[in-house]
Ligand binder design. Structure first.
Ligand code: CTP
Length: 399
């Protein structure tokens, strides 16, 4: 299953490094070629000699060989690999990766690599649960790196909790699954709208909504991981994905989102409109701050233009258009009506009635309804898992 795959293994200073020789054996047994880059502190836990003997490649540690001045190129290692696996990944190296610090060959290789990156953290429970580590994990995931989550169990410190690196056989299964997944969107262009819009009332105040952009970001990453070229048009959000196949346009208002999406739409094979666009915007935003001189003021709002509806009108045959529906009541009927009036191929319904679903939550629970009269209700899942379901549905829908 890993036949001919080139796996670059990055090892950092963690006791779990003692499992890596076994991991290399498993990867090679599956047909992969393995090269190792390690941090200096990783050498305290497992010897380069063991690793080079097993991988049959010299192990890269320093940017150059001091004895003969040979240059170990981080670019060469990164471009050789089909996949870069960092295991075990210490809290320290994770923090460097999250902030772009490149003070050794391993971190420079990470920054220069263009292949998919998987990381398997291993550390003590308190380090793992620290907000800094959790933020760094989120940041790495938002860059498109794939987390191999640690397990709960007995740790080298004697404590019990999360922080145990995933077992080598499980890591091999995860990599095998990755390579067996087809790049079913290779050669396709996918347009995704995401996040909220922001409408000025005056230079100080605005109208917006609680959209975090998490669903749109997850869709963008999923599409890019399936080989698509992604055009992400996003309102203001805290995190945006970083992936070589994702180009991002940041917008503020509903009008800006309309203009950007409509201009990109003709290029897109697939358009998924996940943004929470303001339906009503202030008619005349004040150019000066509104002073509190009057006991009450009336703010006149006017309808914004419906982006996805316009796309439905100009859609060419072969273009796929997917909308979202956020409903609080009468969900299925409302979603069906949007599906037809907006000329969508399918619609992803999320109900605000569901506790785990909706704005700014890491999870979502959706029902997909398509224009052939089919529908499918999914369980409550993480937003990346929902994104995978949506693209799986799309693949079956067009099959
Ligand atoms: N949408 C859009 N442009 C707008 C408003 C909504 O493209 N100006 C898109 C959303 O991105 C989503 C779909 O339309 O894909 C449905 O959005 P939703 O807010 O559920 O419905 P609305 O059409 O705005 O209708 P209502 O608010 O009355 O439910």
């Amino acid at each position: 299953m890993l036949n001919g795959k080139k796996i670059l293994l990055g090892i950092t200073g963690s006791i779990a490094a003692y499992k890596i020789p076994f991991l290399i054996r498993l990867l090679i047994r599956e047909g992969a070629s393995v090269r190792v880059v390690m941090s200096r502190s990783a050498c305290d836990f497992v010897t380069p000699l063991t690793l080079s003997a097993l991988s049959q490649y010299p192990v890269a540690i320093e940017p150059f060989n001091q004895a003969d001045g040979t240059w170990h190129s981080h670019i060469e290692l990164g471009s050789w690999a089909d996949l870069f696996l960092l295991a075990p990944l210490s809290a320290n190296t994770m923090a460097k990766m999250a902030t772009g610090i490149t003070d050794n060959l391993l971190t420079a290789t990470y920054l220069a690599s263009r292949c998919p990156v998987f990381f398997a953290p291993a550390m003590d429970v308190d380090m793992f649960e620290h907000q800094t580590t959790q933020d760094n994990i989120k940041r790495l995931v938002s860059f498109g790196n794939i987390l191999i989550a640690p397990n709960k169990g007995e740790l080298a410190s004697g404590l019990t909790g999360y922080g145990r690196m995933e077992e080598p056989d499980q890591i091999v299964s995860i990599l095998k699954e990755h390579f067996s997944r087809s790049l079913d969107l290779k050669g396709k262009k996918v347009l995704i709208s995401s996040g909220p819009t922001v409408e000025a009332i005056d230079p100080v105040r605005f109208i917006s909504n609680h959209s975090s952009g998490l669903m749109g970001n997850s869709l963008a990453l999923e599409a890019a991981n399936r080989g698509a070229e992604v055009m992400l048009v996003s309102g203001p959000v805290h995190e945006l994905p970083a992936h070589p196949l994702i180009s991002i346009t940041r917008i503020g208002t509903a009008e800006e989102m309309y203009n950007e999406c409509i201009s990109l739409f003709p290029e897109a094979d697939i358009s998924i409109m996940a943004a929470a666009v303001a339906d009503y915007v202030p008619q005349n935003p004040e150019s000066q701050k509104i002073k509190k001189s009057d006991p009450e003021i009336i703010l006149k709002l006017v309808r914004s233009r419906d982006i996805v509806k316009k796309m439905g009108e100009i859609k060419k045959s072969g273009q796929l258009l997917i909308g979202f529906a956020l409903e609080t009541d009468n969900e299925i009927d409302n979603a069906k009506s949007k599906l037809h009036t907006k000329n969508l191929d399918f619609i992803v319904l999320n109900s605000m009635k569901n506790e785990g679903a909706g704005f700014a939550k890491p999870t979502n629970q959706v029902t997909i309804l398509d224009n052939k009269g089919n529908s499918r209700k999914y369980d409550l899942k993480s937003k990346p898992a929902v994104a995978a379901d949506i693209f799986d549905y799309l693949r079956d829908f067009t099959a």
